[in-house]
Write a protein that binds this ligand. Structure first.
Ligand SMILES: Cc1cc2nc3c(=O)[nH]c(=O)nc-3n(C[C@H](O)[C@H](O)[C@H](O)COP(=O)(O)OP(=O)(O)OC[C@H]3O[C@@H](n4cnc5c(N)ncnc54)[C@H](O)[C@@H]3O)c2cc1C
Length: 325
């Protein structure tokens, strides 16, 4: 009977975190596979220009950057598998002579065995879900002020949301924009008090309370954002704001549902790491590591995810060695 292959690491996710972990693991002569998921290359593949990833004097395209990372791993000889992971099982309660620790199960039923797992499944921005929003992402609509803010110099923009991220985004955008509307569906902010003060005392920010965005580019088929229609949810009154940018900061969905019963997470599903001094990317379950936007990370940026992926790769390598001794 053919013996089943046992990987050193199965890396779930093919964004900057997963691919960086994979490059490090593969180059350390480990048996490694990346599972690419339903968005090969991750979130950056939906953005046009990336200007803040070091090494590109004239910026680069989001899709290009991620395909380059993927090809770097593939050109080394690395294995990528398509599909979605639905479950990880800890096999250590069963007697195992082979050193196998986990079984990773795919949608569709295929199962792979591994010594360690790196979860790098990222997160997706929550969007408003209204007409024309999807088509205009990258054409005036953004989910990341840090990434895209500087493209909105001398424009009027709007931020939707009332939490810390929305407040930080609004404040950050005043560096570039002539005016920032902050649209929030309640009559007070959820952001922490210092963040609230920065926003409420900034003369460039106009608060639009009790309001929701209900329309985009009313009466226009333009390829770029020109206006948004907002509705006051107390009075029902609607008005159109002429804006060149709309930043949606209403939260994120970490893609971690499949690991819920397995590792500790924050209330909103971000995987918790950082408790083990020796292996900073280890989760609450030894042998499972996590990196990038799927974790409780301060800064959701590609370079942070790549750095985190590097640490997870090195942590997993060191941990596997420690188990063998
Ligand atoms: C529109 C937009 C523009 C951005 N612009 C910039 C920018 O200019 N500069 C910058 O630094 N950052 C930017 N960011 C942020 C950046 O994209 C993220 O911080 C970064 O991609 C996070 O990397 P990650 O590897 O953690 O996750 P992701 O890039 O989200 O990758 C997650 C991967 O996991 C896979 N996956 C998910 N679930 C499963 C599963 N169950 N099984 C298998 N695979 C799975 C997905 O298919 C994907 O490949 C932008 C984000 C967005 C949305």
């Amino acid at each position: 009977m053919e013996e089943k292959k046992i990987y050193d690491t199965i890396i779930i996710g093919s964004g900057p975190a997963g691919l960086t972990a994979a490059i490090y693991n593969f180059r350390a002569d480990m048996k490694t596979v990346v599972v690419s998921g339903n968005q090969p290359g991750g979130q950056l593949t939906i953005t046009t220009t990336v200007d803040n990833y070091p090494g590109f004097p004239n910026g680069t395209g989001g899709m290009k950057l991620m395909m380059d990372m993927m090809n770097q791993y593939k050109n080394l000889g690395g294995e990528i598998k398509s599909g979605l992971v639905k479950k990880i099982s800890d096999l250590r309660s069963q007697i195992s002579e082979s050193g196998t620790n986990f079984e990773v199960e795919f949608e569709g039923g295929e199962k792979l065995l591994t010594k360690a797992v790196i979860v790098a499944t990222g997160a997706s921005a929550k969007w408003l879900g209204i007409e024309k929003e999807k088509e205009l992402i990258g054409h005036g609509i953004s989910g990341c002020a840090t990434c895209d803010g500087m493209f909105f110099r001398d424009k009027v923009v709007a931020v939707v949301g009332g939490g810390d991220v929305a407040a930080e985004d609004a404040e950050f955008l005043t560096k570039f924009a002539t005016k920032v509307y902050m649209i929030h569906r309640r009559d007070s902010l959820r952001a922490q008090i210092p963040q609230q003060k920065l926003v409420l005392n900034n003369p460039k920010i106009e608060m639009v309370w009790n309001s929701e965005v209900v329309g985009i580019n009313d009466g226009s088929e333009a390829e770029n954002l020109e206006n948004i229609r907002i509705r006051n949810n107390q009075t029902g009154e609607e008005k159109v704001l002429e804006v060149g940018g709309l930043f949606v900061a209403i939260g994120r969905n970490p893609a971690t549902g499949f690991a819920k019963e397995l590792v500790e997470m924050s209330e909103d599903g971000q995987i918790l790491t950082g408790r083990n001094e020796e292996y900073r990317t280890m989760t609450s379950l030894p042998g499972i590591f996590a990196a990038g936007d799927c974790t409780k990370v301060d800064y959701r940026q590609a370079i942070v995810a790549a750095g985190d992926g590097c640490r997870a790769g090195l942590d997993a390598e060191k941990w596997i060695k420690s188990q063998e001794n």
